[in-house]
Write a protein that binds this ligand. Structure first.
Ligand code: PDD
Length: 277
């Protein structure tokens, strides 16, 4: 199996991560997950632009252009024969003797990318899934796709332990986002999602849905909503690269409306499916 390591395609077994890699020691780095549908990258430019933006926000300079990265990723997918899957890209600040502060001039970032198969979760997408709510204990720069995922990991673990698909986070009383997805509600025909600011990751899937809706004159608002509004919504759904457009039918063991995926969610699902084909 081939992977990308610092700009070259190499056999996975030849790659070793240094014990003083700052990604490994401090979570000092950033990442992206890009979907592959039918052997092709979906919204690669948007993901790679966000990768650069995340890196810049934490003062990491990625030494490759978006075009160079994209060409490497296409080669990676072809060499590994992946048709339905994902690409994972990670950039850590690099290797240096352990100390909290960093010197960017002496540390070369460590860039890796690999690909794996991932099927479309057809059953969940058609039947809907359950979620729990959980307090958002993350930092105040959730717009950076950083490797520091401990709060997200613990939130998702709690959801899974309760046989749920996702943990929907709230800060004070405002619903922010899932542990690895964005959250949407529908109430009396109005579609709402949290505004893109420092409290959430501005999901690429989120942006695709917003632009589809705008194109078709389906009204969406980027506005905060409370956990009460979430639980009393007519419909709730999640979006994300691996989540797609996922109906949420139960939250905290409480049915959303009648407990089946609603018409607005289904419509958005089918419009999204048209984009990926
Ligand atoms: N997560 N919010 C968070 C916290 C996320 O981690 C993700 C994606 C999203 C959705 O973003 P996008 O539509 O660009 O995938 C929102 C990826 C898939 C992950 O961590 O595996």
């Amino acid at each position: 199996k081939n992977i990308i390591f610092n700009g070259s395609m190499v056999d996975k077994s030849t790659v070793h991560i240094d014990i003083e890699d700052r990604g490994y020691q401090f979570g000092d780095g950033i990442y992206e997950v890009i979907r592959i549908y039918n052997g092709k990258l979906f919204t690669a430019d948007e993901h790679l632009e966000r990768l650069i933006k995340s890196a810049t926000a934490i003062e990491i300079n990625i030494p490759y252009s978006i075009k160079e990265i994209k060409n490497l990723l296409i080669k990676l997918i072809n060499e590994n024969n992946v048709t339905m899957g994902i690409v994972y890209i990670q950039v850590s600040r690099g290797v240096s003797p352990r100390k909290h502060s960093f010197t960017t001039i002496h540390t070369a970032p460590v860039f890796i990318a690999y690909t794996s198969e991932l099927k479309i979760p057809k059953d969940s997408l058609s039947c809907g899934v359950s979620a729990i709510t959980i307090e958002d204990i993350r930092w105040l720069r959730c717009d950076i796709k950083s490797l520091n995922l401990l709060p997200n990991v613990l939130a998702k673990q709690k959801a899974v332990a309760e046989n749920c698909f996702e943990a929907i986070q709230y800060r004070d009383d405002t619903v922010t986002e899932g542990s690895s997805s964005n959250v949407w509600i529908v109430k009396e025909g109005v579609i709402k999602t949290h505004p893109a600011n420092n409290f959430i990751l501005n999901g690429i899937t989120r942006q695709v849905i917003l632009s589809i809706c705008k194109e078709l004159g389906i009204k969406t608002i980027e506005e905060k909503f409370t956990t009460d509004e979430l639980l009393n919504a007519d419909e709730v759904f999640l979006t994300g690269t691996t989540t797609e457009v996922m109906p949420i039918i139960v939250i905290n063991n409480h049915k959303i409306s009648t407990g089946i995926p609603g018409p607005v969610t289904k419509n958005i699902q089918s419009l999204f499916t048209l984009k990926i084909e």
